[in-house]
Design a binder for this molecule. Structure first.
Ligand SMILES: [Fe+2]
Length: 290
């Protein structure tokens, strides 16, 4: 099966959203949709998500699943907006419970936030099937960047989330709670065992060197030339490189708002008595000392 894949680039966060479809039956899924967010004002918007929605509506796609590759730390998910309009359900890796527990502590969330994954419609295990009409997918657990990270394989199209990026951009950081460079290396090896012609669709691209943003490569290209993890790079070499590099990275611009929404399946914290939803900022907890 060679499903049709349409990509949408969210320029301000460098995120790729995908619509995967069987064009004959019109069965489709959406992967990693983004909510627009202005950090200066705290405003959210749905222009980007509505482009995805329009694409699905114009083609009369039957979207049964909105799939998250993990609880993102760099953009807020627009899953609730798309779910309301399309009647689709939202799924994420079962490791979300560990991610929720870690961030519940970091953000000092109260008893009203339960880290049991119940905010999502379905929690996915390694090897599970995604049934979307004639479109059938498989979940591949790829922990390392986060506990909840999963990749999705639909026919010859693999959606890798934050594991590897385009070959000239390497791999995802492993310094978030639950991150583990050795684990990520092993997850990448599982992906590299897939057929070499498998189309690989990445979750982010930041246009290194000013080249245009790209989203698609193959297992063959990754194994030959990924700057962090290609054939011949040992686990130990990778882990050393990753630890050194992660020690230089800043906290992502939108981690604080993104995580608080995304551990709730993209829903903002419940409104307070004045009808307004508020986010929390844990002071002197995240990142390195100044
Ligand atoms: Fe991520």
């Amino acid at each position: 099966m060679r499903p049709a894949v349409t990509s949408f680039h969210h320029a301000s966060t460098g995120t790729w959203t995908y619509v995967v479809a069987d064009e004959a039956s019109r069965d489709a899924v959406i992967i990693d949709p983004v909510l627009d967010y202005d950090w200066r004002s705290g405003r959210t918007g749905t222009k980007s998500a509505d482009q995805v929605l329009r694409h699905c509506e114009e083609r009369r796609f039957k979207v049964s699943w909105i799939l998250e590759t993990h609880a993102h730390a760099d953009h807020i998910s627009s899953a609730p907006h798309l779910k309301a309009r399309l009647g689709a359900r939202v799924a994420i890796g079962q490791g979300i419970r560990k991610v929720q527990a870690a961030f519940k502590k970091i953000f000092g969330l109260g008893d009203d936030f339960t880290p049991d994954g119940s905010q999502f419609d379905r929690l996915l295990e390694d090897g599970e099937a995604i049934d979307a009409g004639t479109l059938r997918g498989r979940v591949i657990a790829v922990p390392g960047h986060t506990n909840d990270s999963v990749a999705y394989l639909f026919g010859d199209a693999l959606f890798v989330g934050d594991t590897i990026f385009m070959p000239d951009s390497g791999s995802a950081r492993c310094d978030f709670p639950g991150g583990d460079a050795a684990e990520l290396y092993r997850s990448v090896q599982r992906l590299y065992a897939l057929p070499e012609d498998t189309r690989v669709f990445v979750c982010h691209d930041y246009s290194p060197g000013g080249r245009e943003a790209r989203c698609e490569t193959t297992i063959r290209e990754q194994r030959a030339s990924n700057i962090h993890v290609r054939d011949g790079v040992s686990e130990q070499e990778y882990v050393e490189m990753r630890r050194k590099r992660d020690a230089t990275l800043d906290v992502p611009n939108l981690l604080i708002p993104s995580v608080q929404a995304n551990i709730r399946a993209g829903v903002l914290p419940p409104a307070e008595s004045d009808g307004v939803s508020y986010l929390r900022i844990p002071m002197n907890v995240l990142g390195r000392p100044l």
